[in-house]
Design a protein. Structure first.
Length: 395
């Protein structure tokens, strides 16, 4: 069952869209009646669901929404269908925390207080999201390493998680040649037909005006990492032949969609025109390495090659580079002494050597490690602070 009321739009324009999902039909009807008769109804249009399947079907339909309020069971049923919007988890009256992912709101309180709480959650989300978007849309942090197996994807996903914790709507974009997302997703993404990066690339070449609406419909959400992503290229040749301009178009489409504040780009260990183009588009580039002599030497060679091949373009881009050492014993994410350098650049930070932090472990196990999580949180705040006028919001 779902209850919906629609009123004529006021002089200020279309109403904001609120979806409420709960098991109790009578409570849903009472809430809908109250909203219709209250000042809250002058601004908001309510759609209420008491059936999980109907709620999920509605979300998958891509209907416009501005705020979701739902019981934890409903949110769990929706899973990756949940859009990157402000979401309130409606909890019972015992005050016990039931979810660490969403802002909690007591369901059984006077309706005026409940609606005021929903308004506050929506207003806070808008204040957090707006300051960091520049003229190019969402900010971009690119994560790169000249070597494989140093924990680059784990760091990318932990940065995504840190972004969500600080109020940013994040998107994870994996542009590695060999994208192994299915290994760490630990979810069943379903068919890739018409859903992944190959289809987005095709749309950008043929119907670029449809990219935004397509993205809203086909993006996936990972509950653990608290961000969105797209499935990999279904046609591997699309990635193998991907040009710098194509990669820029993909990033631009996501950044300009208005749905995100921050994009985390996960690159492979190559060093070519595509990489340089993304360095130039990024606000910050995290260049990850370890203390292993082979890894350090590969980083030095890649850095040297970039300077030799692109000269002034590379020198301009390298101002965005933040060299970060992973798996360092005793490190906690603090800025490192200036004497430690790669080429002309100092080591910006070091991440702790914790069990499973990179090198083949599931990223979901890494973000649960408190020492690693805290270190990446400090790194995230450092990156956003040094990204210019981007703001980090304490919540």
């Amino acid at each position: 069952m779902f209850v919906r009321f629609v009123e004529e739009k006021g002089a200020s324009g279309m109403k904001l869209q609120l979806a409420v999902a709960m098991k109790e039909q009578e409570y849903a009807r009472r809430l809908a009646d109250y909203v219709r008769a209250s000042p809250f109804g002058n601004k908001w249009q309510l759609t209420a669901f008491t059936n999980p399947e109907a709620f999920v079907h509605f979300l998958k339909g891509g209907y416009p929404l501005d705020l979701i309020a739902a019981q934890p069971e409903m949110l769990e049923a929706a899973g990756s269908s949940l859009p990157p919007l402000p979401i309130a988890a409606l909890i019972g009256g015992n005050g016990t925390a039931q979810t660490s992912t969403y802002t909690e709101l007591q369901q059984y309180q006077p309706l005026p207080e409940l609606l005021a709480g929903l308004s506050s959650i929506y207003a806070a989300y808008g204040k957090i999201a707006s300051p960091i978007q520049g003229e190019n849309g969402a900010s971009v942090i690119t994560v790169y390493s000249a070597s494989g197996g140093v924990g680059k994807t784990s760091l990318s996903l932990q940065l995504l998680n840190a972004a969500a914790s600080n109020g940013y709507r994040g998107f994870y974009l994996n542009l590695e040649r060999w994208n192994a997302m299915d290994v760490w997703l630990e979810e069943h993404p379903g068919s890739q037909e018409g859903e992944g990066l190959s289809q987005l690339l095709y749309l950008l070449k043929t119907q670029p005006d449809r990219a935004g609406s397509w993205l809203q419909l086909h993006r996936k959400r990972h509950r653990s990492f608290k961000g969105d992503y797209l499935l990999p290229f279904s046609n591997l040749e699309d990635r193998m032949s991907l040009q710098a301009g194509d990669a820029e178009s993909i990033v631009k489409a996501i950044a300009s969609s208005g749905q995100y504040d921050l994009i985390i780009v996960d690159l492979d260990e190559a060093m070519d025109e595509l990489h340089l183009a993304l360095y130039e588009r990024s606000d910050q580039v995290v260049w990850l390495l370890t203390d292993d002599p082979s890894v350090k030497r590969k980083s030095e060679l890649a850095y040297l090659y970039g300077g030799q091949r692109w000269e002034s373009r590379f020198r301009a881009a390298e101002r965005r580079f933040q060299f970060v050492v992973n798996k360092r014993s005793g490190s906690d994410g603090e800025r490192q002494p200036q004497a430690q350098r790669v080429g002309a650049r100092p080591i910006a930070a070091a991440l702790p050597d914790v069990a499973g932090a990179g090198g083949g472990a599931f990223p979901s196990s890494i973000i649960a490690h408190p020492q690693y999580k805290a270190a990446v949180e400090r790194l995230f705040r450092q990156l956003m602070k040094e990204g210019g006028d981007k703001q980090v919001v304490n919540r």
